[in-house]
Design a protein around this ligand. Sequence first.
Ligand code: KIV
Ligand code: ZN
Length: 515
Amino acid sequence: MSGKNKLVIFDTTLRDGEQSPGASMTKAEKLRIAKSLEKMKVDVIEAGFAVASQGDFDSVKAIADTVKDSTICSLSRALDKDIDRAAEALAGANSSRIHTFIATSPIHMKYKLQMESEQVVEQAVRAVKRARNYTSDVEFSCEDAGRSEIDFLCRIIEAAIDAGASTINIPDTVGYAIPSQFGDTIKTLLERVPNAGKAIFSVHCHNDLGLAVANSLSAVMNGARQVECTINGLGERAGNASLEEIVMAVRTRKDLFEIQTNVDATHIVPTSRLVSNITGFPVQPNKAIVGANAFAHESGIHQDGILKHRETYEIMSAQDVGWHTNSLVLGKHSGRSAFKNRLEELGIQLETETEINAAFARFKELADKKHEIFDEDLQALVTDAKIPDAVEKFKLVCLSVCSETGVTPKATIILMIDGEEQTATAEGSGPVDATYKAIESIAGSGVNLQLYSVNAITSGTDSQGEVTVRLDLGGRIVNGIGADTDIVIASAKAYIKALNLLSSKPEKQHPQSDV
Ligand code: KIV
Ligand code: ZN
């Protein structure tokens, strides 16, 4: 594949995706996602923003040390300390990239940076040169390019390429662009920047107007050769362009794009599930490619057509993107090594013997309640298991719920808090409400419940229910997920998990905060 015909897929699920309120991930979780992206043959994985916190640094480092087939990238503002920290975290990578950025729109330069345009160019050049001391693969982004002046973009991009940037990224940071206009911007830049031929032009679109994928594809039509995107479209505010939609659009309409990606699309659905599981952001059923209904044909006419000839109503095959009917993998009599093997096949590596034993014990418990255990059950079971680098302040010991027609539901819960058991009973409008009231009468957290949702993990009434809760405490938002064949217990687990996240995860610096 020549450069002209290759579209570089740059995944930023672990960086921009993690900027979605409540989507923060632990190091172990990020590593699992990074391995899945590597298997999918994503070209570049933006693993984080190394300077943001010790946790971010450790995650970027762990991914750089472990993932060898994709280029590993760290974001850094155009500041020496950011670039040095990114380089330190990336030192163990086979192939590393430093991604440095500064805002270029009049509104950002005036109010956020409080800098003159000349100073912005100088700082950009200095940052690119500093990054080049560490790696030959340097990306420069003009933050808020979607609202920047074209003459200024041409000037700063030319200077950044002269300073050694090999990728130039044009972000539509606030999701303001419209496809035809954004495509024109890319075309103009490629025509007007004198040294444009020495760099790959990239786009990074946000979805505030629901146009992130359309804008990215229009940019590709006009010469962009890298797209920054995320699994399930996760990302700041309304999210980023979704990787699965970009990859499958280019592939399905190769007649128009005449371009290829390296991505092995059969890993799309499993990776989407993994990201959804870990972050607690459910995938809407009608989401393109990865939604549960994306390949479901409800109407009789469609079903008849599909049976006669698949292509009457399908433009892609479900198998090509990794859908397969729930495959029965394990049962009550499966042993520890079968269990461990299957987890490995799913790309899940539990790090310690204690973790494997704990997960296996949960598997046995589940197999007693549910005869058939599917891959989806295993994913949930592992996500539900104790996360190694999260502190568990609250632990569920026991829950009993009374729910009967004509009687007010009542829940009694025993929680272990910092090693001590505490019991509470509460009534509520339903068993979940009663349970949450009982938990709160012990925890007294003062949180605000923003979201409560239940999904069946597999089909059948014996399926595990997966509950997601989103809690807000003084502006800090976390998601907790819990799975169980009993949805009231799953609800309690999810709530307790979110409380634990609130009590353990430190704040970190936002990349787009002031320089
Ligand atoms: O949206 C944006 O502008 C970004 C940059 C840091 C690339 O995320
Ligand atoms: Zn962004």
